[in-house]
Design a protein around this ligand. Structure first.
Ligand code: ADP
Ligand code: MG
Length: 265
């Protein structure tokens, strides 16, 4: 309507993580602080990458923004409201393709809409649009076993995009594909991000990937899981891995990462 709420202004923080801690109980009674006192605000439209060694709480943080798990202390807000569960406006893409092998690409993409009760014609249109966006317009009728690893991961991205989410939560989404495919998927993800103006929270083990993709890089450290540093990536886009400035940022992030005694790659 005409009275657009100020809370919808574009520069607002779409995600606010406020003094969040997460304790997982363990069988031996020895509890793990997967996250301790983590605060972070993500501006609407930002591409933020999270890196850090295994066990530093990256997936836990993503699962909280997705609404799959609750913090033990603190609060996570989306658009100013406390997150209490999953919602289609927060789309998730995992490393494993997690596609239904008995459904075509198109039906995999449509599946969530069907569950929400959307009619067939609209579902078809939305799925076609999402598959087109990830460059799979011609593969709608193929089954997962007929698709390469990179194509399967594009279907997983389309399955999130079909809900017209406001944020994409991606947990090492390109870790399982070969280097060449990975670089193609990165470029295409950037194109989609620029085209539709979505916010992206992207977990990776790969420093180069973080420097190539991110507006900012959240460097985390383990035991307990904390934010070690947030690095601004002030490089113009499209970025060139061969640029001296790219190399400098890579070295900076790499230095921060390796301060922590290290188990990462
Ligand atoms: P990352 O994604 O950075 O590898 P995770 O968020 O998966 O880190 O895990 C953070 C810490 O919490 C680790 O020590 C992990 O073993 C522990 N953890 C994660 N999920 C669970 C769970 N469901 N139950 C118990 N401990 C967990
Ligand atoms: Mg993880």
């Amino acid at each position: 309507g005409p009275d657009a709420s100020p809370a919808r202004q574009s520069k607002q923080h779409i995600v606010e993580i406020d003094n969040v801690s997460k304790l997982y109980p363990s069988a031996e009674g020895k509890a793990t602080w997967a996250l301790l006192d983590v605060s972070l605000a993500i501006p609407d439209g930002e591409f933020i990458c999270a890196i850090g060694p295994s066990g530093c709480g990256k997936t836990t943080l993503l699962n909280m923004i997705a609404g799959f798990i609750d913090p033990t202390h603190g609060e996570v807000r989306f658009d100013g409201e406390r997150i209490t569960g999953a919602a289609p406006e927060r789309g998730v893409v995992f490393q494993e393709y997690a596609l239904f092998p008995w459904l075509t690409a198109q039906r995999n993409v449509e599946f969530g809409l069907k569950m929400q009760g959307m009619g067939k014609a609209e579902r078809r249109d939305r799925a076609a649009e999402a598959l087109e966006m990830v460059g799979l317009g011609g593969a709608a009728k193929r089954y997962p076993f007929e698709l390469s690893g990179g194509m399967r991961q594009r279907v997983a991205v389309a399955r999130a995009l079909v809900n017209h989410p406001r944020i994409l939560l991606m947990d090492e989404p390109f870790a399982a594909v070969d280097a060449l495919t990975r670089s193609t998927l990165q470029t295409e993800l950037l194109r989609i991000w620029e085209d539709i103006g979505i916010t992206i929270f992207f977990i990776t083990h790969n420093i180069e990937e973080a420097v190539y993709l991110g507006d900012r890089i959240l460097v985390m450290s383990p035991n307990p899981g904390r934010v070690q540093e947030v690095v601004d990536v002030d490089l113009p886009r499209p970025r060139q891995r061969s640029d001296a400035e790219f190399g400098k940022l890579y070295a900076q992030v790499s230095g921060i990462f390796h301060q922590q005694g290290d188990s990462g790659d």
